[in-house]
Design a protein around this ligand. Structure first.
Ligand code: KG4
Ligand code: ZN
Length: 357
């Protein structure tokens, strides 16, 4: 079965084709990836310091058809080879979701194919199944993106239980806002991570919010405020030496990354302990973070659990994770794919409400 995936929930247009046929022993296979096209709008939004929803929608319209052509060319397939269409139905920006959903539904109708709406986070949390080591169910997923920070228990395809989530900013949002305070371009996650490598450990004290809260929830807005207060304190010293300023920024980046990583790692371990799970999956854009990966690998070795990652190129938003999640659902009972042309988008959508019965 060849599934076309369409992702347009935020600022990446992703189109991909996934083939379930190479699965021989019942396990998903990386070889199923046939072709994909991805366009990031980051450069377009950078001048505004964040995503401008109307610009995002318009750009998805421009990009989606050429990206489909690119995916087909890459895979050597024709439209008539496609068996089903999966598209991101939510959560995300309403206008952006409408573009992908309308495109997917129209195409499916034109080709007389079944189509299905996929939850964006399901795409993220199943993408580690395409990684080098495949996690076994049940596993814990730490989902850390620009819009979400959640710990989920995944008992199977379509079997998700929310264990904890952020009460305010998402981890990626905290990275992006802190990057802005340090004068780095949007989105600043990767740039802060790089800057932190030049920083010195323990030079600046930042809080590790909710580290000892006893539950599995997170809060990152206070950390961002603490970074702001440190920058204000430093500015008062009127230091003009560019090297000293650069070192201060690097030290602050290091403390910030250290604080956020400490909280994410500690709560992930707590979730593993609480549920008795032995496998942890890291998903979402912040999952590309080197310091977080290193810290999780160290803990996994010490405390005897396994940690799994999606292939690096599938960490941030892409069409492949949607094609793949769609394919996994289509192989499950009660998946809900339909030939109906009717659709709605779900800008706010809890993953658990989309569980398979
Ligand atoms: O999953 P994603 O592509 O989009 C959403 O669904 O939000 O995640 C984007 C987020 C951004 O906040 C970005 O700054 C962050 O992921 N990010 C990183 C890194 N690469 C991307 N954060 C920390 N370290 C990175 N290396
Ligand atoms: Zn995402």
């Amino acid at each position: 079965m060849i599934v076309l995936g369409i992702e347009t929930s935020c600022d990446e247009t992703g189109v991909a084709l996934y083939n379930t046929r190479p699965w021989e022993d019942g396990k998903p296979a990386f070889e199923g990836i046939l072709g994909q096209g991805l366009h990031s709008q980051i450069a377009m939004h950078r001048d505004y310091g964040g995503v401008v929803p109307e610009l995002a929608s318009r750009d998805h319209i421009r990009r989606v058809l050429p990206l489909l052509g690119q995916s087909l060319d890459q895979s050597g397939l024709k439209l008539s080879d496609i068996d089903a269409v999966a598209f991101t139905q939510g959560p995300g920006l309403a206008g952006a979701l409408l573009v992908g959903s309308a495109f997917a539904k129209s195409l499916a109708q034109g080709l007389n194919l079944p189509s299905m709406g996929v939850h964006h986070l399901e795409g993220h949390l199943l993408s580690p199944l395409l990684g080098q080591t495949v996690p076994q169910f049940p596993f814990i997923a730490l989902l850390v993106s620009g819009g979400h920070t959640q710990l989920m228990k995944v008992s199977g395809i379509g079997q998700y239980e929310l264990l904890g989530e952020t009460l305010d900013d998402a981890a990626g949002e905290a990275f992006d806002k802190t990057a802005k305070l340090l004068g780095l371009d949007y989105p600043g996650g990767a740039a802060i991570s790089k800057l932190a490598e030049q920083g010195r450990l323990g030079m600046l004290d930042l809080p590790k919010p909710m580290l000892h809260s006893g539950d599995l929830d997170f809060s990152f807005s206070g950390l961002k405020t603490a970074v702001l207060n440190q920058t204000k304190k430093f500015a008062k010293q009127n230091i003009a030496d560019v090297n000293i300023v650069a070192q201060f920024h690097a030290d602050l980046a290091r403390s910030f990354v250290g604080a956020i990583v400490a909280v994410l790692v500690s709560k992930s371990e707590k979730a593993l302990k609480q549920t008795g799970c032995k496998h942890l999956v890291l998903a979402g854009g912040v999952g590309a973070n080197v310091q977080l990966r290193t810290a999780l690998n160290d803990k996994a070795k010490k405390n005897h659990f396994e940690v799994h990652y999606p292939p690096l190129e599938l960490c941030t938003d892409n069409g492949m994770m949607i094609a793949f999640a769609g394919a996994l659902r289509l192989l499950s009972e009660g998946h809900g794919a339909t030939k109906s042309g009717a659709f709605n988008v779900k800008p706010r959508w809890h993953l658990e409400t989309n569980n398979l019965k």
